[in-house]
Design a protein around this ligand. Structure first.
Ligand SMILES: *[C@@H]1O[C@H](CO)[C@@H](O)[C@H](O)[C@H]1NC(C)=O
Length: 204
């Protein structure tokens, strides 16, 4: 019995440390099913377009390589350079407020740590137990690193469907930063039909 639990712990420990590579089609199906569960009159307010699901899965591919245990540091202020010149940068086209430094003057930038297959922020979506966090998904960041991606999916969808309230209202800077990370430029032209061409038809 003792030997068995040591064995189980060792296997669990390994799978936690190494992560699982989630098949792309599985991630699509999980998202589609979860989105369907959230729809109002057949439409999700944000994610009703099939290409949006492809973009979210593309984001997972680009940011974590579909690795459920991926953890990455995002140094403070990195968004200032990584998105330079993008058309849809906030305030782009607003001559009053167009310099990259306006981002920093509004709020001192904080380093983020990104967790799991969708690289969710430790300051916005989960609690890492060390840093203050809005913790919009009311969960521990380590939960995003296990093999089960259901909580990652539901947190991602919650992020798009719930802007928080009162003390749990995130700053607009943090929201935009997370949105920019998720809708990264590498995925902006991704289309459902091409991106999932190798997948079986989605669940009905
Ligand atoms: C997944 O990421 C973890 C943490 O970065 C790493 O240790 C592991 O080797 C990765 N697994 C695979 C299969 O790439």
């Amino acid at each position: 019995m003792k030997l068995l639990s040591v064995f189980v712990l060792a296997v669990l420990g390994c799978s936690l440390a190494e992560g699982r590579i989630v098949p792309k089609c599985d991630l699509r199906d999980q998202l589609l099913t979860a989105i369907r569960g959230l729809t109002v009159n057949g439409n999700h307010p944000v994610l009703s377009d099939a290409d949006q699901v492809a973009k979210l899965v593309c984001h997972a591919e680009q940011s974590s390589g579909f690795n459920t245990s991926a953890v990455k540091d995002l140094p403070a202020g990195i968004e200032d350079t990584s998105h330079q010149g993008e058309q849809n940068w906030p305030n782009a086209g607003d001559p009053q407020n167009n310099d990259a430094s306006s981002w920093q003057t509004r709020k001192p930038p904080q380093p983020w740590v990104l967790y799991g297959v969708f690289q969710l922020s430790n300051r916005l979506l989960c609690d890492d137990g060390v840093n203050p966090s809005i913790n919009l998904c009311e969960t521990s960041c380590s939960k995003f690193l296990d093999d089960d991606t259901a909580d990652d999916v539901s947190c991602l969808l919650r992020f798009f469907g719930n802007s928080g309230s009162g003390a749990t209202r995130p700053s607009i800077e943090d929201l935009l930063k997370m949105i920019h990370l998720i809708f990264q430029s590498e995925c902006k032209d991704v289309q459902d039909s091409d991106y999932f061409a190798g997948c079986p038809p989605p669940p009905q």
